[in-house]
Design a protein around this ligand. Structure first.
Ligand code: HEC
Length: 302
């Protein structure tokens, strides 16, 4: 028995090992070892169960030896009697559940009617059916109270509307987030009035003090002329705004504006190009007119 135990133990250890150490270049693959391990565990359990059954049998033998032949028979008789009793009780319970009368008492529920010799028993409705019936009544009352009297829970149509509203909210959130993901590489030129309006409000609040109400330039350069220090493409402008030029007095806006706000204000700056505001600051940087939209505004200027 002891040697058997060692064999099983070593099998388990062998099998479980690869679970802890990822192995390569070993004789057995990790999977195979795992299967051996699980197999060994299951085998051990089976052997354990068999051993327990054997021990139980041994106890019975010992008990029989201790009680002697008569003792054994009385125990057997007692057991049989108890079993019969339980069986009878079960039968009665079953009969009650089905509301059946024992055959011997059927005469008492025989109806008068006689259809050519065919008679009918007046069996009551089975108890299980009545129980179900009362449960449905209770359920109905509960349903009426909850959904139509106190209105504590929404009806199907309201539930549908609530779920649709939730979905719409989630969708709006998702779209807002997707819109927020823009950066200097993905930003797109836009003439959408909503974008420009948002950009204008950001500009008046944050940028006008240095760039002027109309972008004509104060401390910061004129943003409406053809001269640019850091590029005139939408991507360049986005980048300038996002990271700023701290050494030259242009703040970094990365942490104060959302990417979408930066994109909007960048587009707003593109939109005011060539508007020739009053009191423009003298040109700074190099002349750039190579971007889409520039030609159009250049024509407007003439
Ligand atoms: C504190 C003053 C100040 C504020 C506020 C400010 N800027 Fe500037 N901005 C500057 C200065 C100064 C420069 C010039 C940087 C340089 O010389 O390199 C500049 C440059 C720029 C440029 C580059 C122009 C070019 O010629 O390439 C853009 C675009 C710009 N700012 C946009 C904005 C926007 C948009 C805001 C608001 C979100 C803003 N700035 C707010 C001072 C400011």
């Amino acid at each position: 028995m002891r040697s058997l135990r060692y064999i099983f133990l070593s099998m388990i250890v062998l099998g479980v090992q690869p679970v802890f150490a990822a192995d390569e270049g070993q004789l057995l693959s990790g999977d195979a070892k795992n299967y051996i391990g699980y197999g060994a565990i299951i085998l051990t359990l089976i052997v354990l169960i068999i051993a327990m059954l054997i021990v139980l049998k041994a106890f019975k033998v010992v008990a029989r030896l201790l009680l002697g032949p008569e003792g054994a028979t009385t125990v057997k008789a007692e057991k049989a009697a108890a079993k019969a009793e339980r069986k009878a009780a079960r039968a009665i319970r079953w009969q009650k559940l089905l509301s059946l009368k024992p055959l011997s008492e059927e005469g008492s529920i025989l109806l008068e009617d006689d259809y050519d010799g065919i008679k009918e028993l007046d069996n009551p409705t089975p108890a299980w059916f009545m129980a179900l019936f009362y449960v449905t009544i209770a359920f109905g009352i509960g349903y009426l109270l909850i959904y139509h009297v106190f209105k504590t829970a929404p009806l199907q149509y309201e539930e549908y509307k609530i779920e649709m509203a939730d979905a719409a909210k989630a969708k709006a959130q998702y779209l807002a987030k997707a819109g927020e993901k823009v950066d200097e590489n993905t930003v797109k030129l836009s003439t959408d009035p909503a974008v420009l309006a948002d950009g204008k409000s950001v500009f008046t609040q944050r940028c006008a003090p240095c760039h002027g109400d109309h972008g004509q330039g104060v401390v910061g350069p004129n943003l409406t002329d053809d001269y640019w220090l850091h590029g005139n493409k939408i991507n360049d402008i986005f980048k300038t705004i996002e990271y700023g030029v701290p050494a030259k007095g242009m703040p970094t806006w990365e942490s104060q504006l959302t990417p979408k706000q930066i994109a909007d204000v960048a587009n707003y700056i593109k939109s005011i190009h060539g508007t020739n505001p009053a009191n423009p600051k003298e040109p700074q940087g190099t002349k750039m007119t190579d971007e889409a939209g520039t030609a159009k505004t250049a024509m407007l200027q003439k």
